[in-house]
Design a binder for this molecule. Structure first.
Ligand SMILES: *[C@@H]1O[C@H](CO)[C@@H](O)[C@H](O)[C@H]1NC(C)=O
Ligand SMILES: *[C@@H]1O[C@H](CO)[C@@H](O)[C@H](O)[C@H]1NC(C)=O
Ligand SMILES: *[C@@H]1O[C@H](CO)[C@@H](O)[C@H](O)[C@H]1NC(C)=O
Ligand SMILES: *[C@@H]1O[C@H](CO)[C@@H](O)[C@H](O)[C@H]1NC(C)=O
Ligand SMILES: *[C@@H]1O[C@H](CO)[C@@H](O)[C@H](O)[C@H]1NC(C)=O
Ligand SMILES: *[C@@H]1O[C@H](CO)[C@@H](O)[C@H](O)[C@H]1NC(C)=O
Ligand SMILES: CC(=O)N[C@H]1CO[C@H](CO)[C@@H](O)[C@@H]1O
Length: 921
């Protein structure tokens, strides 16, 4: 009985389940136990592998009214939760107290959104009370009821809470309207079959770390304002995209807004995509993640407590909590919900070249020829909107781009590929009968309508446009037919979907927007422009499944799905693409996008700063399950310099998606445009990329299979090393290759962090034995620092002009020995383009290892693909003593040994499809 008292007076002293200080009426089965406590307080406790989870029934309840000042000032500044997040309002004491909140104009801060809020919740602000709880298959459901009104219109008075333990490592907490349905994101979440327990205060058993604690600020659930806050166990917070920031977010009163928006990437603005997912590194080196499945305009307010507030203006509060405890596992667990990324075609990992402002197909073609002439690797040539007639989708400018079909044919003859841009906006101004996409779209009713039920007209590159409604299956069919028709003229291989926030140069539509609650919600998150339809279509516009208000952030996802759908590609007209993996790059993205497309980081500037920002951008998308990501190499807008472009080509050779792209009216920045020295350096950087493609491809396979990251933050591999937590100027490929680019002008050195252990220079095998320290390294303009982590085996291949050649070249395996003289690596190999190659078993999978001075290659799965490839060279870094004899499959073999402890065995000509062993003594 004593524990009742303890809990009702201080809900923080949550007792351990099963301990005898917990008394009460058990509600559930063995794994889940709940107790009704005094004052209507419910506690549910559950034990699950390594985590204890608690739900406190009653969060906040009290009378509405002006709180006493003494109570207000006693709240520490870091724990003040903003009661007046509205911008463009001078928050007066009167306005604040009308909401029943505390008003304290703290001296250091300048207002409610830029620092400590002046107007914040008192500890007993009215909220919801939990009652009527029932067990369910996987957890429980309960009702939350509101005792007093809050200050946004249409509070939902009765909510349904469900808390379910879906797997050993995943909690699902959902709060929704108990009586009528609300908008929910149509994400296909895998069905759950296992039964486990749950909670609202989540505490790790081993460390006692509290992962979530939502008890210190009120829950809001009004029709267009939903808010919930939680304390965070540390300030090491990542994710929450798409934003331009350091990889590690600042929690200094930092508000991040989520609303898909066409704008050159700028700090603190909402950008192209929306990813309401975060990962936190706890102080013990464990990690957890939280995903809010909600597609409405929202914001996340971060404060130094450390704490986080979710604020969204629609939908439901649908949280998934991933318990890790390793950061790699958190990201895998997240992708188990949103879906694993598609396997890209092998050529998609080659080098891509593009620019806006190729004046003609011939000019585009000349660039390809120059690349070939200088033997610079290139797999794909792209075109921006220049190729179109009047910038209209599915047309070709017959004057300037008349030779486009021939150019594409020539690319194909050389084993190269063609990708072109498509924008969603469909020109609405062509005379009837002259533009099939619009005429047919109208006929089939595939466009988004305004509130009067007519197609909404905005403006994009071609002028006035209608917007396809990709939430309508008929639109997918119409889109596919357009692609088919175009493909019969220009046999493209991949598609770049741009402007799909969707962008509208007109703010709303040619007729403005309605003044209803969807265009003018009671609360507007901190979106750029200050209103929702800024540079996009009216949020009141109608799509087949809901208002654009709810679907806006899903536009890029739905377009990617319509464009990628393998079902679509099986249709007759896309003969050339039939049964091949789609290659799609999208500007706007949403969770589960990785299933359909990759992403580039948008229209950036040719500046050193922008180059540096590309690394946190890329790493964030690794967390979002979109591993195929990169920035415009050498920068999009503005003019690049030879030095910048050289450094950027070196870095960009290590973007998982590697494309050099330029704007119009700036000088050319493709490699042949530069001096012989710069050109050579760029070529060498790309040759290293092409050498490493077998490794990169294997990493993509792991991403596709189980959600591993490809470009990986250092702390994913060294979660106990706090020094790695803020690193975003270096990154890893997988677990084994460290990339340390130069990001500053005028230097020939670079400082990089080396986590404790052995690292080998990629080029020479020279050893770095680090105690966990920053090291200054030579970095002349023609060199990018690459280091192999101890214990890694990298499969590499002699580079070629393009992947069709490099894929057939002999391999060189590089083994970097650990302190214990072991190493491990693997290789996934298939034809590089078939759909479902893995599922159908049409692949080879090899595991390499070194133990006891023996390198072995074991073939765990084999098909005909790998027999074409031979292993020619084995290089072993870190062989402490010169061997006396080397044998290959038991036969003595010549070798070379260098004093920096590098053993090389050459001229092997071993078939990759047969296991082999190489021994040195
Ligand atoms: C939860 O938050 C409250 C309010 O800030 C705090 O007093 C309490 O210690 C926390 N509970 C736990 C279990 O950490
Ligand atoms: C729990 O079950 C009772 C009895 O069936 C029902 O009246 C009540 O509405 C249920 N509560 C919830 C939250 O589902
Ligand atoms: C492209 O080049 C070819 C051959 O040089 C020429 O015949 C053709 O007219 C050019 N096409 C255009 C559209 O400039
Ligand atoms: C939009 O209007 C057209 C008729 O103009 C109709 O066929 C279509 O179903 C409407 N779409 C939506 C989503 O309301
Ligand atoms: C690396 O340094 C550690 C600690 O100084 C030492 O024990 C180890 O032998 C060194 N390893 C090599 C390969 O030099
Ligand atoms: C290394 O390869 C040998 C021979 O195939 C195998 O017995 C051993 O289990 C492998 N070790 C590891 C760590 O994979
Ligand atoms: C085109 C452009 O100006 N892009 C932005 C790129 O990033 C920098 C730095 O964040 C911004 O200031 C630019 O506006």
């Amino acid at each position: 009985m004593k524990s009742y008292q303890k809990l009702t007076t201080d809900s923080t002293q949550v007792p351990e389940a099963g301990e005898d200080n917990v008394d009460g009426r058990p509600l559930c089965h063995q794994k889940l136990s709940a107790w009704w406590l005094g004052g209507g307080l419910l506690m549910v406790a559950a034990l699950l592998s390594g985590v204890t989870v608690w739900v406190l029934g009653q969060i906040w309840w009290s009378q509405h009214g002006t709180p006493p000042l003494a109570k207000c000032v006693s709240i520490p500044e870091d724990l003040r939760f903003d009661c007046y997040p509205e911008r463009n309002t001078v928050v007066t004491q009167e306005l604040c107290e009308a909401r029943g909140c505390c008003f304290v104009d703290s001296e250091q801060s300048s207002g409610s959104t830029n620092g400590v809020p002046w107007c914040f919740y008192p500890p007993d602000f009215p909220s919801y009370t939990l009652g009527s709880v029932n067990e369910t298959e996987l957890g429980l459901v309960g009702f939350l009821t509101r005792k007093a009104k809050a200050y946004y219109p249409k509070d939902i008075e009765k909510l349904q809470l469900s808390v379910e333990f879906e797997t050993d490592t995943r909690l699902h907490v959902k709060i929704t309207d108990a009586t009528s349905p609300r908008n929910e994101v149509p994400l296909e979440v895998p069905p759950v079959t296992k039964k486990e327990p749950f909670g609202l205060i989540v505490k790790r058993k081993t460390s006692g770390t509290v992962l979530l604690n939502t008890t210190m600020a009120p829950l809001f659930f009004a029709d267009q304002f939903l808010q919930i806050s939680t304390l965070l166990p540390s300030s090491y917070l990542y994710g929450l995209g798409e934003h331009r920031s350091n990889f590690l977010h600042s929690l200094e009163w930092n508000t991040l807004t989520f609303w898909a928006r066409d704008v050159p990437p700028t700090e603190s603005f909402n950008l192209y995509g929306v990813h309401p997912f975060y990962l936190v590194m706890e102080k013990t080196g464990a990690a957890h993640g939280v995903f809010l499945l909600n597609s409405n305009a929202m914001e996340v307010a971060l404060q130094p407590a450390p704490a986080l507030t979710w604020r969204t203006i629609g939908g439901v509060l649908d949280f998934y909590i991933f318990l890790g405890p390793d950061p790699n596992l958190v990201v895998q667990q997240y992708q188990q919900v949103i879906g694993f990324p598609a396997m890209p075609p092998y050529w998609g990992l080659g080098f891509h070249l593009c620019r806006w402002g190729y004046g003609s197909s011939n000019e585009t073609w000349e660039t390809v020829k120059a690349m070939r002439n200088f033997q610079i690797p290139q797999d794909a040539q792209w075109n921006d909107i220049d190729y179109m007639e009047g910038y209209r989708d599915f047309t070709v400018d017959s004057q300037k781009f008349g030779a486009l079909p021939q150019m594409v044919e020539d690319l194909h003859k050389h084993g190269q590929y063609y990708v072109m841009i498509l924008d969603p906006g469909i020109s609405s101004t062509q005379p009837p009968g002259s533009y099939w996409p619009y005429d047919e779209g109208l006929k089939r009713g595939v466009f988004i309508n305004n509130t009067q039920g007519e197609p909404l007209i905005g403006k994009v590159w071609p002028g006035l446009t209608a917007y396809p409604d990709f939430s309508n299956p008929d639109t997918h069919q119409w889109w596919l037919e357009n692609l088919n028709r175009f493909h019969s003229i220009v046999p493209f291989d991949g598609i770049w979907i741009d402007m799909n926030e969707p962008s509208d140069f007109m703010d709303g539509s040619s007729e403005g927007c309605s003044q209803g609650k969807l265009d003018n919600p009671p609360y507007v998150p901190a979106v750029l422009g200050g209103f929702l339809s800024a540079k996009t279509i009216c949020t009141s516009s109608r799509q087949s499944t809901s208002a654009h208000y709810n679907l806006h952030n899903l536009y890029g996802l739905m377009e990617a799905k319509a464009t990628a759908s393998p079902k679509a590609i099986k249709s007759d007209a896309l003969i050339k693409l039939r049964e091949k993996r789609p290659f799609i790059i999208s500007r706007s993205t949403f969770p589960s996008q990785g299933k359909y497309s990759g992403h580039w980081l948008g229209d950036n500037r040719s500046s050193w700063k922008d180059m540096a920002w590309s690394i946190p951008g890329m790493l964030s998308f690794s967390l979002f399950g979109i591993p195929l990501v990169g920035a415009d190499i050498c920068g999009f807008s503005g003019s690049t310099s030879e030095e910048l472009c050289t450094r950027w080509m070196q870095l960009g050779a290590f973007y998982p998606f590697s494309r050099n792209h330029n704007t119009q009216d700036e000088k050319a920045q493709d490699p042949p445009a530069f001096s012989p020295a710069a050109r050579t350096t760029m070529k060498e950087a790309l040759e290293i990329r092409y050498s490493l493609l077998p490794y990169l491809y294997s990493l993509f396979h792991r991403a596709h299979l189980q959600g591993d990251t490809v470009a990986r933050p250092l702390f994913f591999e060294f979660p106990k090393d706090v020094a790695t937590y803020s690193i975003d100027k270096q990154f890893l490929w997988g677990r084994g290759l460290l990339v340390t680019p130069v990001l500053d002008p005028g230097v020939d050195w670079v400082v990089g962090y080396f986590p404790r252990g052995l690292w080998y220079d990629y080029y020479t095998g020279s050893l770095v034995n680090s105690s966990g320290e920053n090291l200054k390294m030579a970095a002349p303009l023609d060199h990018i620092n690459l280091h192999i982590r101890e214990g890694t085996i990298l499969p590499t291949q002699k580079p070629g002009c393009c992947t069709v050649i490099s894929r057939g070249n002999p391999m060189r395996l590089i083994a970097a020995l650990s302190q214990n003289a072991n190493a491990w690596g693997d290789l996934y190999w298939d034809d590089g383009e078939s759909l479902d190659a893995f599922a159908k078993g049409d692949y080879s999978y090899l595991v390499f290892n070194v133990t006891q001075n023996t390198f072995t290659s074991a073939v765990l799965h084999s098909n005909v693909e790998a027999t074409h490839v031979t292993v020619d060279v084995l290089t072993v870094y870190g062989v402490g003593e010169e061997p006396k004899i080397v044998t290959v499959n038991g036969k003595e073999w010549p070798f070379s040994y260098l004093t920096n402890q590098v053993l090389t065995v050459s001229d092997l000509q071993l078939s990759l499809s047969q296991g082999f062993s190489i021994q040195w003594k």
